[in-house]
Each structure stands twice: as C-alpha cells, then as structure tokens.
Design a protein around this ligand. Structure first.
Ligand code: ZN
Ligand code: FE
Ligand code: FE
Ligand code: ZN
Length: 265
C-alpha cells in the first residue's frame, strides 16, 4: 500500500509532527509514503495556503532525514514530493522554481480559477457567481492545460470541482474523456484521492467514470490520502482500491527521482 499525498505542518493548515505521519504510515502498513506539502505561490497569490519560500530547503532536508530514520525502523520508504498549484499565468515561474528542487514527484493541482481558491470553504459564496456547467467546463479546461504543461508527474484530485457537492447539470462525459486524453498524451498519472470522502461531496476523487476513462487510455494511477493530520494517513484506502479494481487497474505507480515505477495495487 502506498500513500503519495501527505502534507506537513509547514503549510500552516496541517497538524502534527512529520515523525507522527511516518509512524502512522508504518502502523497502516504502507510500503511508501511520499510527502507532498504545498509549493509556495508567486507574489499576488495568497501566501497562507503554502509553506514559505525560505522553508523549501528545510522541508526537503527534513523529509530526507526522516527517510533515513524510517529505513532504520523498517519502513515505510519515505519520498519527497511537492503539491504545486496550476497557475496558468505563472508556468515559467513554476518551472524555474521546481527545476531547482531535488524532488521525487510533483503533484499538479487545480485549486484556483483565476484568483479564486474554489476549494476554500471560506470562499464558498463565490459559487453563486457561476453557472455550474460553465464552472465545470472552465475547471476541466484548466486540468487539461495543467496536464499538457509538462510541469507535473501526477494530476491530484482531478475532479476537485465537485468538493462541495455542486455537480454539473450537463453530461460530464466529454470533460472526463478530454481530461483522460490530455493525461495520456502528456504522460501524466492520475491520483486516486480519498480526501473527498472527508469533504461535503463524500466521494473519492476522481469519480468512477473519469477513472475508467483514464484506464482505457492507459493513464497510470497513484493513491493518496491528502493527509493534513497524522490520523488521515492511508485513510479510506480499501475504498480507493475497490474503485481502482472496478475501473480495471491492477497496479499503481510510485515516483522516485521523477520517474514512475510500477507497484502492485
Ligand atoms: Zn492543503
Ligand atoms: Fe490539493
Ligand atoms: Fe494536498
Ligand atoms: Zn490536495
């Protein structure tokens, strides 16, 4: 079992010591745990969702040190990744920042539509300014552009737009097919995230139809809890595995040094 999406207290909205996440991973029987805290965003974006710029070296060093300790204690293998925002006006900025970091994996996340962090419960009233199908269309066009940017190894929580249970009225098939096609052509993996089980929508990201579209197009999959507290590590993974099996997956991938390696589901 692998958990490739785990935060740390550095982002300001997660709790617990890094060692507590590792201990939780060991207790859950994980073979691999990849830390993926939030990459800082450029000036002009809110700074309270991410670690500070000057913390990046310490973050990576702390995770690498935890890996050594965890190896001595019999696991899990600890890898160092990051969760980077898709900011279409700052592609080169993001590329330059990521290029200077020693990371095993980069998760790509669409959390913003223009300047709106649409997954922030404090900003939920802004859904009122959108026609829901237009929002879904815009969201998936950002996912597609993010996948095709080449910045990311994995698209995280790829239908996050459903977080608060606001579902498109139109048939979503084309959005799912086009997102799966973009990931396939770009060589991007898809994350199966149990975070949605803890949110108002009460569902895994992505929905079965999107995951099946990914499978048909040969998109590899990862699994993540998006833990923001140690007791969320490996949360709901039985359900994630069941969804993956239903979609036809019998393996996952782990990224080391930005390269995918297959592991059993
Ligand atoms: Zn977070
Ligand atoms: Fe995220
Ligand atoms: Fe996350
Ligand atoms: Zn996340």
């Amino acid at each position: 079992m692998i958990d490739l999406h785990v935060h740390t207290a550095r982002c300001g909205h997660a709790s617990g010591l890094l060692s507590e996440y590792v201990d939780a991973g060991r207790a859950a029987g994980l073979s691999v745990l990849t830390f993926t805290d939030h990459l800082p965003m450029p000036e002009g974006y809110p700074q309270h969702y991410t670690m500070r710029h000057d913390e990046l070296p310490a973050y990576i060093a702390e995770v690498r040190a935890a890996a050594v300790v965890s190896a001595v204690r019999g696991g899990p293998e600890i890898l160092c990744g990051i969760e980077a925002d898709w900011l279409p006006d700052h592609v080169q900025w993001t590329r330059d920042l990521l290029g200077g970091l020693d990371l095993d994996m980069v998760l790509g996340s669409v959390h913003f539509i223009e300047d709106w962090a649409f997954d922030d419960p404090d900003l939920i009233e802004r859904y009122g300014g959108w026609e829901i199908d237009a929002l879904w269309d815009r969201y998936f066009s950002e996912v597609i552009a993010a996948a095709r940017s080449g910045l990311f190894d994995v698209m995280a929580h790829p239908d996050l737009v459903k977080k608060f249970g606001f579902f498109a009225v139109s048939d979503p098939t084309d959005w799912y097919e086009n997102a799966a096609l973009a990931m396939s052509e770009a060589g991007c993996a898809v994350e199966v995230s149990t975070a949605g089980l803890r949110k108002p929508v009460g569902e895994i990201y992505p929905t079965g139809a999107l995951l099946r579209a990914c499978r048909r197009r040969g998109v590899p999959a990862t699994m993540g809890s998006d833990s923001h507290a140690p007791d969320e590590v490996a949360f709901g993974f039985d359900r994630a595995r069941a969804l993956l099996r239903e979609a036809g997956y019998d393996s996952l991938v782990v990224f080391r040094d930005r390269r995918a390696e297959e592991v059993a589901l």
